[in-house]
Design a protein around this ligand. Structure first.
Ligand code: SDX
Length: 436
């Protein structure tokens, strides 16, 4: 970060001691005010629940321009990566800072492919769950359990350990997600097959059975790979911040990523794709397009607590570029499957059109986000709705790891420990029980 020649001056109207604070510039985006000396020099904290105006770190990985609706991974626009690269290239980019050349691409793909199996004991661990357990409950358990199997890559301060753990996590997440799915439907687990692509291997582990050969559909595989690319990283969102804070204690990478999985599950975050599809199915069930007006009225009624899931974003105040790419992928997949008239897709596009013309959404800059269309694509591919967020977690694992590694490698990092404004009971003495 580059020191700005502008300073921030804080003064207090009661004349208590003020402070001059340095400003720093980044490559893109808002400057930051360095408040690290604020408490020492003024005895005061800043106050920013939800961190709307707070940068928790400096990062070189991803940049979002919310006003423009722009998303860059290591400087490359998401549109170009989605069109010209595959997910493993994107993993290499996020982890190492640039796209691989031919040899690096071959070596990296081989390295990941050779780590896709999980320890056989994992299936016995998995059998402890109810068959109808939510896949995210299972995945949170499975990812945390990886630290019980891979003691040789749990020292987060050892760069070799971090490298091995990164490859293991990226390679094994598809296997674990597919196992969680197969366990839920009572089918046998399908082992990874090394001659398939990352996304092709995942599709086979999901949909193949031992009874007959399975040939992945290239259009659906490409769509799955693109879904992975679009979900790979996204600055300091809630789950990434969770991973950073968890990892800042020095815990092992598997435990930190498991914390990210748990946070992503929430409907305000990664769980929104499942919630968005359930919302569309509810509207469809209660009358479809004709009922959209009624539903929008409910959303606008604060007392209803109904939100338009898949809409709105803390950073994007314009169309989420991932939603545009996801809508294109919808067209491709539904076209390939002869589902041009998929009622869910038509309903989603009608709902989007109505919302984008309604002042409630326009005035609040609420646009479709990545979760609005992703559920329709995944449903068309055959992914069951409860598994949507697990697939989001699969894709986001590389972003979490890249951000975690960046933090551990940052000389400025310390264990994260926010402060608070205490508004509870003033100091008081305990009374004996007969006086209470
Ligand atoms: C992801 O952070 C990331 O980068 C996340 C993510 C990633 O890749 O990691 O992009 C992935 O989590 C995408 C977001 C998925 N969540 C949803 O689609 C759930 C629905 N969206 C909302 O819950 C909401 O938009 C959030 C949580 C996404 C953002 O909320 P903010 O930034 O805290 O905004 P807010 O709640 O203060 O909303 C501002 C106003 C409020 O109305 P007023 O109080 O001004 O009258 O907009 C309203 C909100 O009520 N509003 C919505 C709405 N989202 C916000 N009203 C109806 N439907 C919505 N979806």
């Amino acid at each position: 970060m580059t020191p700005s020649d502008v300073k921030a001056t804080l003064s207090f109207s009661d004349g208590s001691p003020g402070i001059d604070m340095p400003l720093y510039k980044g490559t893109h985006g808002p400057d930051v005010i360095d408040i690290r000396k604020l408490y020492a020099q003024t005895g005061k904290f800043t106050y920013d629940p939800g961190f709307l105006s707070t940068a928790s770190c400096q990062s070189t990985i991803t940049y979002i321009d919310g006003d423009k609706g722009e998303l860059l991974y290591r400087g490359y626009p998401i549109e170009q990566l989605a069109e010209k690269c595959d997910f493993l290239d994107t993993c290499y980019l996020l982890l190492k800072g640039d796209l691989p050349n031919g040899q690096q691409q071959k070596d990296f793909h081989k390295l990941v492919t050779n780590h896709t199996m999980v320890n056989e004991q994992m299936q016995f661990f998995l059998r402890g769950f109810r068959r109808d357990a939510h896949p995210m409950a299972v995945l949170t358990g499975l990812v945390g359990a990886l630290s019980a199997f891979y003691h040789d890559s749990t020292d987060i301060n050892n760069p070799q350990h971090r490298e091995v753990a990164a490859i293991r996590l990226i390679a094994k997440m598809p296997t674990l997600v597919a196992m969680a799915y197969k366990y839920g439907v009572g089918q046998p687990f399908i082992y990874p097959q090394n001659d398939l692509s990352y996304a092709g291997n995942f599709m086979r582990m999901m949909f193949a059975t031992p009874c007959e050969p399975y040939k992945p559909n290239d259009v659906l595989v490409r769509a799955m790979d693109r879904i992975f690319i679009l979900h790979a990283d996204h600055e300091q969102n809630a789950s990434t911040s969770t991973v950073r804070l968890c990892g800042s204690s020095g815990t092992n990478p598997f435990a930190a990523i498991a914390a990210g999985v748990a946070c992503l599950w929430g409907p305000a975050h990664g769980g929104a794709n499942e919630a968005a599809l359930n919302m569309l199915e509810d509207i469809q069930r209660n009358g479809g397009v004709e009922k959209i007006g009624e539903f929008i009225k409910q959303v606008k009624d604060k007392n209803s607590n109904v939100k338009l899931m898949g809409f709105g974003h803390r950073v994007y105040k314009n169309y989420d570029p991932r939603a545009k790419l996801m809508r294109e992928t919808c067209h491709e997949v539904l076209g390939e499957l002869g589902l041009h008239d998929d009622p869910m897709f038509k309903l989603a596009m009608t709902l989007e059109k109505i919302a984008l013309e309604d002042d409630y959404f326009v005035s609040r800059k609420l646009y479709p986000n990545v979760d609005f269309y992703s559920g329709i694509v995944q449903r068309a591919i055959g992914i069951p709705v409860p598994l949507f967020t697990a697939i989001f977690a699969l894709a986001r694992t590389v972003g979490w790891i890249a951000q975690l590694n960046e933090m551990i490698g940052d000389p400025e990092y310390k264990i994260g420990r926010p402060r608070q404004l205490y508004t509870g009971a003033a100091r008081r003495d305990v009374k004996s029980v007969d006086q209470r």
